[in-house]
Design a protein around this ligand. Structure first.
Ligand SMILES: [Zn+2]
Ligand SMILES: [Zn+2]
Length: 178
């Protein structure tokens, strides 16, 4: 949905704080001995986000009534401040990541997993913002994700990944700009 300037940019200020606090709280709670295991949980959650990013974009943002219309608004006006309000994204992550992991594996694991998952989400919103508002140099990661996302805006049946095209390769929905 169309957000206010503060609403749109709050992701970039609030998520880094949440990621740092949850990561630190989790590791402190677990103890230094388990630090390596918690780094693995963080990275695993971050990787899981990339799959969810693909699934949400392909099947929810492009197919679910109401949400689909809001995403269409982004496709029509690429530079408008369209996004998910932070109170909705935080609530969803708490309900579908923190609480289930807390129930299954305890507070420390849930904190670190949520931190990793939020880092994935922040990576996604940052790359998506850059894809539409920045002009990166014509080499490197940012330029390649910008081109891949531009392809999605001309062909809505392909290139659902924003942070990478890994899952588009896996599910055969990848197209490159010529
Ligand atoms: Zn876009
Ligand atoms: Zn789309």
């Amino acid at each position: 949905m169309l957000l206010t300037r503060i609403g749109y940019y709050s992701d970039f200020f609030v998520y880094p704080v949440l990621i740092a606090v949850l990561g630190a709280v989790g590791v402190t709670h677990a103890g230094a001995k388990e630090a390596v295991a918690y780094i693995a949980i963080f990275l695993g959650s971050l990787a899981l986000w990339t799959l969810l990013e693909y699934i949400l974009h392909r099947f929810v943002l492009h197919h679910l009534p109401y949400i689909m219309e809001m995403h269409e608004q982004h496709h029509r006006e690429v530079r408008a401040l369209v996004g998910t309000p932070i109170w909705i994204s935080v609530t969803l992550i708490v309900c579908f990541v923190f609480l289930p992991v807390f129930w299954l594996a305890g507070f420390a694991t849930a904190s670190v997993a949520t931190s990793g998952f939020m880092a994935g989400y922040l990576w996604y919103v940052s790359v998506h913002h850059m894809a539409h508002h920045w002009h990166p140099a014509h080499n490197g990661y940012l330029y390649s994700v910008k081109r891949n996302h531009a392809m999605h805006h001309t062909d809505e049946a392909n290139n659902f990944g924003v942070t990478s095209l890994f899952w588009d390769r896996v599910f055969r929905t990848m197209r490159r700009l010529r």
